[in-house]
Every structure is written in C-alpha cells, then in structure tokens.
Design a protein around this ligand. Sequence first.
Ligand SMILES: C[S@@+](CC[C@H](N)C(=O)[O-])C[C@H]1O[C@@H](n2cnc3c(N)ncnc32)[C@H](O)[C@@H]1O
Length: 257
Amino acid sequence: VQDGSLIPRFGRARRDPALAVLEGFHPLKHALRFRANVLEAVSAEPRELERLGALLAPDLSAELRTLVRAVDPAVFLQLAPLAPSCKVMALAERAHVDPATVLADPSPAPLVVLEDPRDLGNMGACVRVAAAAGIAGVFTTGSHDPWHPDALRGAAGLHYSLPVGRLESLELLAASERPIVALDPAGDPLEPAALPERAVLAFGTERYGLSRELTARADARLSIPMSPGVSSLNLATSVAAVLFAWRLAPRAAAQTA
Ligand SMILES: C[S@@+](CC[C@H](N)C(=O)[O-])C[C@H]1O[C@@H](n2cnc3c(N)ncnc32)[C@H](O)[C@@H]1O
C-alpha cells in the first residue's frame, strides 16, 4: 500500500461508525491485549516503538513487530488532527456491543451510564476507570460518540476490555429491572457497602448534572461527601470515586474476584 492512500483512509475511518482510530502506544497496546481486530498500524519511528514495546508491553513485542509498518514522518503527521507524540497509530474494528445483552448480564457488578457527556477526554477517563474497577459496561446518551478517537485516547484503548456503547433509550434501563442509582451532589450520602447488586450508576452531564427524566427513574439519589464550599467533582473523578468505593467495600471482594 502506498503511503499516499493512508491519509484519506485514516480520515474516512474517523467518520466510520464501524472503525476505531487508535492514536498512540497505549490504545494500540490495549486493543491488541484485549483481542481487537487491528486492521493496520503505522509508525513514523519504528525503533522507538520497539523500545516502548519491550519496556511497556513485552507480551506484545513480537506482534507489534509483525503488525506495524514504517511510514514517512510527514505522512504520519497528517493522519490525525494532533498526531500522537509516540508516533504510532492504528485502525481497528470496533467491538460490537448490544446494550440489551449487557443489561441482562446476571453478574453483580454495576454498570455506568453517562448522561450526555460533553468532554471526550472525560468519557475516556470514565471507560479507563471502569475497566480497572471491573465494571460490567459503560453506556452514554447524547450526541458524542463514545468511540471517538479522543475518547479512545483518554481510555488508553480500554474500550476493548469491557462493553462500551451508546444507550439509545432510557426505556432499556426500565426493562432491565436493574436498580438505578443517580449520582448527584445533592443526594443522600453514599454508603459503598449498601450499593445494590447490578446497579445502574447514572452520572450527569458536566455542566447541568442529571436530567429530570433520569432522576425521576432512579431508585436512589446518592452523593459523594465533599468539603463545605465545593459544588461538585469533575465527572470522571466522581465516576472513579464511586466505582472504587464499590470495589473496595467489604462485600466487594466476592463480587469482583
Ligand atoms: C461536574 S458534575 C455536574 C455538576 C452539576 N452542576 C450538578 O450539580 O450536578 C457531573 C456529574 O458528576 C457527578 N458528581 C460530581 N460530584 C458529585 C458528588 N459530590 N456526588 C455525587 N455525584 C457527583 C454527578 O453525576 C454529576 O451530574
């Protein structure tokens, strides 16, 4: 394949809902580790990539060497609006996610719903912490694509380690019969050990919080305690606090083993 065809191909992939653009070493590393179908990978500095692979992902060094091909640095710079400094990018198929199937999962782990998140880096950080905490999945509502390259970058590619997708209708939550817990700075104080099994943990949009519609559907409205004068936590920070409160709660050991 000629280098010249790479630029339009990476450009089209950014708008293709079946594809993921992986910008940087960590997104590619996690995609490979969690068995994504990586279609192609390119680097403007193959030697540096080899060094990073040996240092940070020795389990993937051989695969990286076979998969990644060298490209002209001038071409590489045009493959993304802000080409990653570690000079590797890849295209992969997205993981297929069916919200109804994920909602029906009987395991006790909670699910995260982000209502209309506006910041793609925040979205990615939520996916990353959900992957680390052993959460059943992350769903978003609203216009922003949870598989946008910036969200994948913020998640270090961990979209491949748990189900991540859009939730087209809140009706699906009602149909699942999972308890809905609304996280809201004005709610009752959170007691981690009392979080119900299979909860849907719902977090609101950055500026306005949860919608009335979602709050009305919630079985509980809980808050993370904060010092006086602090209005709220950043979205991803609040997701991290709640997920690790759940994971570290006394009864969490059996659930997350
Ligand atoms: C930046 S906050 C939104 C702030 C918004 N003005 C409000 O009052 O909800 C984004 C989301 O993070 C969660 N959040 C932030 N701080 C929280 C806290 N102390 N307790 C519970 N949830 C919190 C909520 O889900 C909130 O909708």
